[in-house]
Structure formats: structure tokens, C-alpha cells
Design a protein around this ligand. Structure first.
Ligand SMILES: Cc1cc2nc3c(=O)[nH]c(=O)nc-3n(C[C@H](O)[C@H](O)[C@H](O)COP(=O)(O)OP(=O)(O)OC[C@H]3O[C@@H](n4cnc5c(N)ncnc54)[C@H](O)[C@@H]3O)c2cc1C
Length: 300
């Protein structure tokens, strides 16, 4: 039996072959994944992990695809996207336990309605809780790890493990997860607050975002990391005069120079070429090596 036939037999959730990743990324860019799987539950996920090991197929996990650039030739092997089976949320006095697939935007509002605040700074960060932990998402002042108590993961061997936040070696947009570990859920420590107060704080964060970031055109957020808190990558790129610079269907945003927009038909190649030119120009002018914040996946 071919691996494609076999995987269809073992997975209870959805299985899609040669699935265009442009349908699963906020950039709306990306060639086909050999196989995209949306497991129904933890058992299903375990089956997929063990299958990929047995068949020696590479496996990647994604959340909402808001920090990803997938190359035009697509991804070989299996991409796991966590879905409904991993979206449950439970509330306690000052904590919550949430599935990795829940969207941050949903979680923040659910917490506010229970009088639990402390996640407002994430308002406007798209993506799932699992993705936010894996990338330690946040703003200049706060990051998700500061609210994290522990996570539950499934290892590359299909074993479930609980890990304390302080064992994850978090840094700026970085989390140290054992290779091939998949976050299943997370416990967050929040603060009791009045719902009105939480909503007010959310609106303030949202206002700022709406003033400073492009809205309405497909993108993947900031392309490069800030070299340090006082030197935003956006300012360095702006100084090169690249705001509005276009290659194929991709363009540097005129609102925020660290955003690249897909004007409609951008290819990953267009974005990668823009990134290369920006990096070279910034390096030439300032000596600073910009590092990508987005992850590039797929075949060269
Ligand atoms: C308009 C816009 C604004 C943004 N603003 C911000 C911002 O202010 N701050 C910020 O930090 N980011 C920002 N981002 C980037 C992005 O939203 C975050 O990095 C987000 O947390 C990624 O979540 P995701 O579910 O989309 O993850 P994905 O993009 O799907 O994946 C990102 C990484 O997380 C890993 N991952 C995902 N789920 C799991 C899991 N369950 N277990 C293990 N690993 C997992 C993936 O393997 C991958 O390595 C922005 C993006 C956009 C489009």
C-alpha cells in the first residue's frame, strides 16, 4: 500500500493531498504540501506522528500560518494543522488551560468575559496559542511567555509530557522546544480584572496597531526581527528608501517598512528576492545583519 493510501486509513480527521499552502497562510502564498492533516484528537495526532516515523516522512506542525512563508514548490512530507479537537478552554480562579489551536483573539475575549486580564497586549496578533508560544509572540514590552505556567506537548515519539515554562528557554521570538514536539495545550496565569477595564486596554492596544500597521492586504507580520529594542528593523528598512518597493506581486508596505504585502499574485520567490535586497542594503549601509522573523518552509 502506498503511504498516501495508508495515511487515509489511519487518520480519523481530515487528510488533503497536494494541498496548496496558499490556502493556509496569512500571506496567501505557498505551493502544495504533499499531505496536510488535521487530526481529530490526541490519539489521531499520535497515530500520524508514529506513521511519519515509520515511513520516514518529514513532519511539520502549523497553527494558523501567520508567521510562515511557504516556498512555491511546496512542502515534502506531512504538515499537521491542529484544529477543532485542540481548541478547548477551561477557566480556574486566576488561570486558564487552553488547547493549542485556539486563536489568541478568541482566547483574549473569552478570558475578558470571565474577568481575567493580562493578555490584552496580544490583541491584533493573529494566530493560534500554540504558534504564539512556539514563537514567543508579543510586542516590545510583553511576550506570551510572561503569562505561561506550563505546556503539555506530544514528543516526536508520540509521548505526552508536561513542561514548566521556565524550562523552555524563552527569548525574543524564540522558545526552545525539543525537536518535533507539538504543543497540545498550555496553562496561562492571568489577573482578576473588571471586564470593562480589560476591554479598554484591548482597545488602546488595537488603536496603536491600526495606526502603525497595514491592514487589509495579505502579509505575515514583521519580516525581520528587531536587531535590538532601540533599533527597530522597520526604521532601518525605511532609511534604505525601500517603502513601497515592489518585486513581482510583493511590495514593502508604505505604512510599516518591516511588512511585505502580497498585492494579489505574489510568489514566495518575489518575497524572498525582496528580503534578500533589503538585507544586503541594510547590511551595506549600517553593517547590521537583519535576521528573518518569519519562517520559510518548503523545497528550494
Ligand atoms: C498582521 C500580523 C501581525 C502580527 N503581529 C505580530 C506581533 O505583534 N507580535 C508577534 O510576535 N507576532 C506577530 N505576527 C506573527 C504571528 O502572528 C505570530 O508569530 C503568531 O503567534 C504565529 O501563530 P500561528 O498559529 O499562525 O503559527 P504558525 O505561523 O502556523 O507557525 C509558527 C511557528 O509555530 C510553530 N507551531 C505552531 N503551532 C505549534 C504547536 N501546536 N506546537 C509546536 N509548534 C507550533 C510552527 O511549527 C512554526 O514554527 C503577526 C502576523 C500578522 C499576519
Amino acid at each position: 500500500m502506498s503511504w498516501r493510501e495508508e495515511i487515509r486509513e489511519i487518520v480519523k480527521g481530515e487528510v488533503k493531498f497536494d494541498e496548496p499552502m496558499s490556502r493556509h497562510t496569512s500571506f496567501n502564498i505557498g505551493g502544495p504540501a504533499d499531505c496536510l492533516v488535521i487530526p481529530q484528537d490526541i490519539e489521531d495526532l499520535k497515530g500520524i506522528i508514529l506513521f511519519s516515523k515509520k515511513r520516514r516522512l518529514p513532519l511539520k506542525v502549523m497553527g494558523q500560518g501567520t508567521n510562515l512563508l511557504v516556498r512555491d514548490r511546496g512542502i515534502r512530507g506531512i504538515v499537521v494543522r491542529l484544529g477543532k479537537g485542540f481548541e478547548g478552554v477551561k477557566f480556574f480562579e486566576n488561570d486558564l488551560l487552553a488547547g493549542a489551536a485556539v486563536r489568541l483573539s478568541v482566547l483574549i475575549k473569552m478570558a475578558a468575559s470571565k474577568g481575567l486580564g493580562g493578555l490584552e497586549f496580544t490583541v491584533g496578533i493573529p494566530g493560534s496559542l500554540g504558534g504564539a508560544i512556539a514563537t514567543n509572540a508579543g510586542t516590545e514590552a510583553f511576550s506570551v511567555s510572561q503569562r505561561l505556567e506550563s505546556i503539555r506537548v506530544m514528543t516526536g515519539e508520540g509521548k505526552v509530557k508536561d513542561l514548566k515554562a521556565n524550562h523552555l528557554n524563552f527569548g525574543y521570538r524564540r522558545c526552545h522546544l525539543e525537536e518535533n514536539s507539538i504543543i497540545l495545550n498550555a496553562k496561562l496565569r492571568l489577573e482578576r480584572m473588571k471586564e470593562d477595564e480589560i476591554l479598554k486596554r484591548m482597545n488602546a492596544f488595537l488603536d496603536r496597531r491600526e495606526r502603525t500597521q497595514p491592514l487589509g492586504t495579505a502579509n505575515a507580520g514583521c519580516i525581520f526581527k528587531n536587531p535590538d529594542p532601540k533599533t527597530p528593523a522597520g526604521s532601518l528598512i525605511q532609511e534604505t528608501g525601500f517603502k513601497g518597493k515592489r518585486i513581482g506581486g510583493a511590495s514593502v508596505s508604505k505604512v510599516h517598512a518591516n511588512f511585505i504585502l502580497n498585492l494579489g499574485r505574489a510568489r514566495a520567490e518575489d518575497v524572498l528576492t525582496l528580503m534578500k535586497i533589503i538585507k544586503e542594503e541594510v547590511k551595506g549601509k549600517t553593517g547590521i545583519d537583519l535576521e528573518p522573523e518569519i519562517e520559510t518552509w518548503g523545497e528550494d
